[in-house]
Design a protein around this ligand. Structure first.
Ligand SMILES: Nc1ccn([C@@H]2O[C@H](COP(=O)(O)OP(=O)(O)OP(=O)(O)O)[C@@H](O)[C@H]2O)c(=O)n1
Ligand SMILES: C[C@](O)(CO)[C@H](O)COP(=O)(O)O
Length: 420
């Protein structure tokens, strides 16, 4: 029996985004084809360690978030609660919404949509032996303490950089611990005068005997705070990422169609998807005479498959001869698959040689462009590349399965990367 505590991801999205300065909370701005909030929820939704997700949303916008959750099919989201006037008030509302039963809580800024699955895994693991866990990275800047001088600010102190860390989220706690810290904070009249800027600060101040364990964060896990951060995040989403682990049960009863190239990768994806509970149909030029570069031929094959939840095109990795062969297949498969995937709210997965090869650059760009365009139809589009070196069927197939079972979209996964 699994005796571990339930793990709840709390997505703090109760702010208004005054520093970004748009007429809408910044977490509702679209980056890489999807709202920032959807990207963030999708990371928790896809994490096998997370059982439940609670979203704290800016007052007046909770209805929009419920619609967005419904449309995206986020099954782990159990509550969308209105946030408070400050980040700590939103956290407190989340803690009250979680009820009395003990659990592990991962409090995460909605505006850190590039959170890597590896960090969630390490946080949940750390919570087995620690009651409080913080994600942090070393500071690459020298940090000063400014003081007021006669003619403006002057340096009061230069801090020892080797000991400095920049706090990120998630910040993770046993529920009873963070709740007790907040109860003490709220009973302290000085707390509202000198509020904490994060949740670990509340624990450190009011439960100083509880050690806060540090887990390495990452530079990618940036916080979208200022207008320029929207541009940086858009570009970071374009970089290949490490594979995500397959979510058990996510393909149960789902229908997956694979267009197989001449290599072993398509077979590998089909085999793994089948082992994970999917009904799999494979089409190939050699076996069925399906020519992927011909949209009519692909459409004919798809018409035989009934309801389709996922379409995988593995032919981009083993294209035929001639200019354009590497992307003619993905383009016609995408066109023919669109109506099926719109009906099912499913996903398209393109396998391609990666951005270093000219044809691969086209396939990855196609995946990203379609992810942005088809988000409105509820269709997810991702891409797997083998990374540098030769095509190794096993890692590519495992990376494909991870994406198929995730709620992610617009991702280019490099099967050769690790999470660090
Ligand atoms: N009352 C608040 C304020 C902030 N947050 C959340 O805390 C995270 C980090 O806060 P920040 O970047 O400061 O967001 P905003 O408060 O929206 O930004 P600003 O300070 O520029 O208004 C964000 O995901 C934000 O939505 C929250 O849940 N409730
Ligand atoms: C929690 C936090 O992201 C850690 O770096 C940060 O303190 C939030 O600050 P904000 O001013 O609410 O963005």
């Amino acid at each position: 029996m699994d005796s571990r505590l339930r793990s709840v991801g709390v997505v703090l999205a109760g702010g208004v985004g005054s520093r970004v300065g748009l007429g809408v909370p910044k977490q509702l701005v679209r980056v890489a084809g999807r709202t920032i909030l959807e990207h963030t929820i999708a990371v928790f939704e896809a994490a096998p360690e997370i059982d439940e997700v609670v979203v704290l949303m800016t007052p007046g916008f909770a209805g929009r978030v419920r619609e967005l959750v419904e449309r995206a099919g986020f099954r782990k989201v159990t509550q969308v609660v209105e946030g408070g006037a400050s980040r700590t008030e939103s956290t407190w509302r989340a803690l009250r919404a979680l009820g009395a039963e003990e659990c592990d809580v991962l409090l995460h800024d909605a505006v850190r949509p590039l959170l890597e699955p590896r960090i969630i895994t390490e946080c949940v693991r750390a919570l087995r032996t620690h009651q409080a866990v913080e994600v942090a990275i070393p500071s690459s800047d020298t940090v000063l303490v400014a003081t007021s001088g006669a003619e403006g600010e002057v340096i009061g102190e230069v801090l020892d950089r080797s000991r400095l860390r920049r706090a990120q989220t998630p910040q993770c706690f046993r529920l009873s611990v963070i709740r007790e810290a907040y109860e003490r904070a709220l009973a302290d009249p000085d707390f509202s005068r000198l509020p904490a800027t994060d949740d670990c600060g509340v624990v450190l101040r009011y439960l100083p005997d509880v050690p806060i364990h540090l887990v390495p964060g990452s530079e990618r896990n940036m916080k979208i705070t200022h207008p320029v951060d929207l541009e940086i995040a858009e570009r970071l989403f374009q970089l290949p990422v490490a594979p995500v682990a397959a979510v058990p049960g996510a393909l149960d009863g789902r229908s997956v169609v694979v267009f197989e190239g001449s290599g072993a990768v398509g077979e590998g994806v089909a085999e793994l998807a089948g082992r994970h509970g999917a009904r799999v149909r494979v089409f190939s030029r050699a076996g069925d005479g399906v020519r992927v570069e011909d949209q009519e031929s692909v459409a004919g094959a798809l018409a035989l498959a009934g309801r389709i939840d996922h379409v995988v095109d593995a032919t981009g990795l083993t294209p035929g001869e001639g200019a354009g062969a590497a992307y003619a297949g993905p383009v016609s498969v995408a066109r023919a698959a669109h109506p099926h995937l719109r009906d099912s709210g499913g996903g398209l997965l393109l396998l391609g040689p990666g951005p270093a090869a000219p044809a691969g650059a086209v396939v990855t760009a196609l995946a990203r462009a379609l992810a942005a365009e088809w988000a409105a139809d509820g269709i997810r589009v991702n891409c797997v590349t083998p990374g540098a070196g030769d095509v190794a069927a096993g890692p590519v197939a495992r990376a494909a399965l991870g994406l198929l079972t995730s709620g992610l979209t617009g991702r280019v996964v490099d099967a050769g990367l690790t999470g660090r």
